[in-house]
Design a protein around this ligand. Structure first.
Ligand SMILES: NC(=O)c1ccc[n+]([C@@H]2O[C@H](COP(=O)([O-])OP(=O)(O)OC[C@H]3O[C@@H](n4cnc5c(N)ncnc54)[C@H](O)[C@@H]3O)[C@@H](O)[C@H]2O)c1
Length: 262
């Protein structure tokens, strides 16, 4: 169970679709929403369906889908609306990280990164927001990254994909503002999830992230710790809620100050 910093009025009984729900941040988002009484469709390429629903508590249905496959996306969004009802909230959280320098990067790593992180957000957002428009309500949060706005060694493909979805989500927010649909971005910095811990080679890797490293041009994390998945989930929770009713096209960085306020 993640730390849930309160609940927001008006969320109970609503329905959310969260992609990347089997991951560290996605899992925390499912739990935070579920604790607010939201029925959640947990979508991930790494879930097997109902057998997996025990991972989460509350009203959660699990759907296996690859967000970068247009047919699977249409099928899963249809199934969620049929089984759960109209989707009020979409969280685009599925993502991959293939670190590496540009000069040695394979075509495959570049294309896969763009396909999942950028095209995936486009496909799921298009499918869900098309259904929100006639209902004239809905909120979308896309998980970007502080790497979208700050150059990082070994992160070119990932940063480019996150810059793309940040711009995409803002433009979508502009197009659908007239229907009362809000679209925002949450941009985490280093967060304690498998995506980051999988990269740790030495025992002091967490310390290096926090302290920074001149060699890799990283300034460290001024607040002195990695983000916990709940830190990111709580920001998503607020932006989806009616308490953020006048917030759209915003990019909220949750990185303990690592990008120095950018
Ligand atoms: N952990 C960090 O430091 C960090 C920092 C900035 C941004 N982010 C972003 O946060 C999001 C969540 O990352 P995380 O740290 O929880 O990583 P994670 O690896 O724990 O979770 C990512 C999830 O996305 C799923 N996924 C990947 N490709 C998919 C596809 N094609 N279709 C459906 N599901 C797919 C994976 O199965 C996994 O469950 C990602 O978008 C990531 O880029 C993470």
């Amino acid at each position: 169970m993640v730390e849930v910093n309160g609940s927001y009025d008006g969320m109970s009984g609503r329905r959310a679709l969260v992609t990347g729900a089997a991951g560290g941040i996605g899992g925390a988002i499912v739990e935070v929403l579920s604790a607010s009484g939201v029925a959640v469709a947990a979508v991930d390429r790494d879930v097997d369906g109902p057998a997996d629903e025990g991972r989460w508590f509350g009203k959660v249905v699990a759907h296996r889908a690859d967000v970068s496959d247009p047919d699977q996306v249409e099928e899963v969004v249809d199934a969620v609306e049929r089984d759960l009802g109209p989707i009020d909230y979409l969280v685009n959280c599925a993502g991959i990280l293939r670190p590496g320098e540009v000069l040695g990067m394979s075509d495959e790593d570049w294309l896969d990164t763009i396909r999942v992180n950028a095209t995936g957000v486009f496909l799921v957002s298009r499918a869900v927001v098309r259904r929100m428009v006639p209902r004239r309500s809905g909120a979308v949060v896309t998980i970007g990254s502080n790497a979208a706005g700050t150059a990082r060694v070994n992160m070119a493909a990932y940063a480019a994909s996150k810059a793309a979805v940040t711009a995409f989500t803002r433009c979508l927010g502009l197009e659908v503002a007239r229907y009362g649909i809000r679209c925002n971005v949450v941009a985490p910095g280093s967060t304690d999830t498998p995506m980051v811990t999988a990269l740790w080679t030495g025992g002091d890797a967490e310390r290096v992230s926090i302290d920074g490293s001149l060699e890799s041009f990283r300034t460290g994390i001024p607040l002195g710790r990695l983000a916990r998945p709940a830190d990111v989930a709580n920001a998503v929770h607020f932006l989806l809620s009616d308490q953020a009713a006048h917030v759209t096209m915003h990019d909220l960085t949750v990185d303990g100050g690592a990008a120095l306020g950018h």
